[in-house]
Design a binder for this molecule. Structure first.
Ligand SMILES: Nc1ncnc2c1ncn2[C@@H]1O[C@H](COP(=O)(O)OP(=O)(O)O)[C@@H](O)[C@H]1O
Ligand SMILES: [Mg+2]
Length: 245
């Protein structure tokens, strides 16, 4: 039975989509089968981060409607173990049938080692939908105080939902900036109240890979790509020391 992982934040722009793509690619590279689902209804962009924007892809709504099956989800040309469903653009998050969505995820769990959900910003319907069925939640934040406060608020909402397996990825880490702010990674963990799953450095290759429509892991070997590979190993239960470089 596969594991369902929701990638959430609270604040927009913290890097959920980029981290989701990097982790999905890393897990597939490490011989796991992965289904990545863009849950940002109306504002999808995980296809760009995965380097899949040029091909026609089914949306999760196509599967929920019963017109298509999960084995018809788009396959990544570089990582054959990685399948992808985009978010529908012609409906609102309120219009997603929660029961059908849950049934689709249940089926996905049977077929894939990992199912990754890239959530929209905010703590409303899209957040709730992405978190509802998750076995594990990853909250992505940056060192920005507003992002940390929103991550902490998101963590409270998750606690109220009964979610226990919640960890944080601190993204866009810039050591100089953090030390200029007079804080440490430990301070950020204290403020958010969340255990750390990993650190991802600020890395210009993240937007560059997206701009060139390339998967991040194919585009670079160090920086954010290497960080995603380390985190993917931790997700599989391996001990990998937390480091930035
Ligand atoms: N580690 C990183 N280093 C540099 N830029 C990043 C990093 N992570 C994300 N970005 C950039 O930040 C912006 C927002 O990222 P995105 O993944 O779309 O965030 P979200 O899904 O949380 O809204 C994008 O332009 C992306 O390229
Ligand atoms: Mg996003």
């Amino acid at each position: 039975m596969g594991e369902l992982i929701a990638i959430l934040s609270g604040k927009g722009g913290t890097g959920k989509t980029s981290v989701c793509a990097g982790l999905a690619e890393a897990l597939a590279l490490q011989d796991k089968t992965v289904l990545c689902i863009d849950c940002d209804v109306g504002l999808r962009n995980l296809d760009i981060a995965l380097g899949l924007s040029q091909i026609g892809t089914l949306s999760f709504q196509d599967i929920c409607s019963g017109n298509y099956t999960l084995d018809q989800a788009a396959r990544h040309s570089v990582y054959p173990g990685l399948s992808f469903l985009t978010a529908p653009v012609n409906c609102t998050p309120d219009e997603v049938d929660k029961e059908a969505f849950g049934e689709m995820l249940q089926q996905a769990r049977q077929l894939f080692d990992y199912v990754l959900l890239d959530a929209p910003a905010g703590i409303e319907v899209g957040f709730q939908l992405s978190a509802a069925y998750a076995d594990r939640v990853i909250l992505v934040t940056s060192a920005d105080p507003a992002a940390i406060r929103d991550a902490s608020r998101a963590s409270d909402v998750l606690e109220a939902m009964g979610k226990k397996n919640v960890r944080m990825i601190l993204n866009r880490v810039n050591e100089k900036m953090i030390s200029a702010m007079g804080i440490t990674v430990d301070d950020i963990m204290d403020q958010s109240g969340l255990p750390l799953l990993g650190l991802v450095p600020e890395d210009e290759n993240v937007p560059l890979a997206a701009a060139f429509r390339q998967p991040l892991l194919g585009y670079e070997k160090k920086g954010a790509a290497a960080a995603c590979k380390r985190i993917a190993k931790r997700i599989q239960g391996n001990f990998v020391p937390v480091k930035l470089k």
